[in-house]
Design a protein around this ligand. Structure first.
Ligand code: GDP
Length: 426
């Protein structure tokens, strides 16, 4: 069976923890989109890890970790991460990299940086991992698939051709040093050596795995609201963050994705620019940020403080719907135990009209949150295993959210570890 684990919000919902947890029962974990621009933080028996490109199943002996064709593959970052986990005592993971995955080129990272500098105050808040230039080139059909590394002649011809166009921009738009095709070829030869042992026809491998009845997890990065089509465009990422894209980014039949587990955090956080209706500021935000996640809400890739907000039913209802949710995993609930009262955003007021269906970005920019305040539970819920043992106000909070988003919350995460989970039959 194939299950997708995806985010309902702006990312950082705790998908890594849920994937790591469900990977116990899985054979294959697949990344199908995104790149090294966001991270998952995972706490397990080996320690605490921030992964950017490795799938969150790499900590188990019995799993195979797969990089699908939809990923923006930064080869040196990938292998550094691989080496880091092995150095920290994790058994060398089994890895497959799609021969159709495209490569983040060194110049993609430069262009990302130069463009952010050029836009200055109007920038998108990019992590400068080269993701937007990478996907632009992919769709402009001047990207490089992993398979192309293995045909020297055509590779050289294409590198020369691509450098020509890139150099026009470098010289006249950015006023930066030009690319040298020979140096780039040397780098690509290094990349080739690194990936060679792992390259595979991933979609065929997965097709056969489905036939053999294997358990496959698709691990999404970021969340619904960062999807380029359905998110808060243009403050989005450059590849689809939706479970549906799992079929494309891994080369699978869409009808095989039977379960879509949408991870939804018990409060909101976001990185980068863009409308964030339930955002809070000042001391109130600082306290939630300090207490949030596991050791504070700071970016796993950049270390930047995340923007904080109350739970947003409007955004989350939409985020779950657009994913095609079958199950909601409601995470980081333990963090809210310090609050006397917990505001929840239940509607958006746009020019005096209250809506509960998430609007397009132009409308969203005008939205003011309509808040409802719920009583807190004022206790530590970590370690609780049964739903009935949660404090009454905590269950009220969960059930309130469930009713407003309209999708069943079947898992509740009450701590960062693998075992901090409450299953709920719905
Ligand atoms: P992802 O990108 O969706 O995987 O999310 P991140 O890893 O960026 O953020 C989730 C953070 O919350 C990480 O630091 C996790 O260790 C932590 N975390 C996940 N689930 C829980 C939970 O239920 N409670 C607490 N306190 N922390 C959690």
């Amino acid at each position: 069976m194939i299950k997708a684990i995806v985010g309902a919000n702006w990312g950082d919902e705790g998908k890594g923890k849920i994937t790591d947890m469900l990977a116990q029962e899985a054979d294959i974990i697949v990344r199908f989109q995104g790149g090294a621009n966001a991270g998952h933080t995972i706490v397990n028996d080996y320690g605490k890890f921030a992964l950017h490109t490795l799938p969150s199943g790499v900590f188990y002996d019995h799993t195979t970790s797969v990089i699908g064709n939809g990923v923006a593959l930064n080869i040196p970052v990938f292998f550094k991460e691989y080496q880091d986990i092995v150095d920290r005592g994790v058994p060398a993971p089994k890895i497959l990299i799609s021969d159709r995955a495209q490569i983040v080129m060194p110049y993609h990272i430069l262009f990302d940086k130069y463009e952010e500098e050029r836009l200055a105050g109007k920038s998108f808040g990019s992590t400068k991992s080269g993701i937007a230039p990478f996907y632009s080139d992919k769709y402009a059909k001047i990207g490089f698939q992993v398979s192309e590394l293995f045909d020297e002649e055509s590779l050289k011809e294409k590198v020369v051709r691509v450098c020509e166009t890139k150099n026009v921009l470098l010289e006249h738009l950015y006023h930066k040093p030009l690319l040298n095709p020979d140096e780039l070829m040397d780098e690509l030869h290094e990349y080739r050596k690194m990936v060679e042992p792992y390259v595979a026809d991933v979609s065929l491998y997965l097709w056969n795995a489905i036939k053999e009845g294997k358990e496959i997890l698709l691990e999404g990065q970021l969340g619904s609201l960062k999807d380029p089509d359905h998110g808060i465009y243009p403050m989005v990422t450059s590849s689809s963050t939706l479970a549906a894209y799992g079929a494309i980014g891994a080369g699978l039949p869409p009808y095989e994705i039977k379960k879509i587990i949408t991870v939804c955090k018990a409060y909101s956080s976001a990185v980068g620019a863009g409308a964030f209706v339930s955002e809070i500021f000042g001391e109130e935000a600082d306290e939630l940020r300090r207490r949030g996640g596991d050791g504070g809400e700071y970016g796993a890739t950049t270390g930047r403080p995340r923007r904080m907000g109350w739970f947003d039913c409007v955004a989350s209802k939409y985020g779950c719907r657009i994913q095609g949710t079958t199950d909601v995993a409601f995470t980081v609930l333990d963090v809210l135990g310090y609050l006397d009262e917990i505001p929840v955003c239940v509607g958006y007021d746009i020019d005096g009209k209250v809506i509960t269906d998430f609007p397009t970005t132009v409308e969203l920019e005008k939205a003011k949150p309509v808040l409802e305040v719920l009583p807190g539970w004022k206790s530590d819920i970590r370690g609780i295993k049964n739903y009935e043992d949660l404090p009454e106000n905590c269950r009220r909070y969960i059930e309130f959210v469930e009713e407003h988003i309209g999708f069943p919350i079947t898992m509740i995460s009450n701590g960062p570890g693998r075992k901090d989970i409450i299953y709920r039959n719905k």
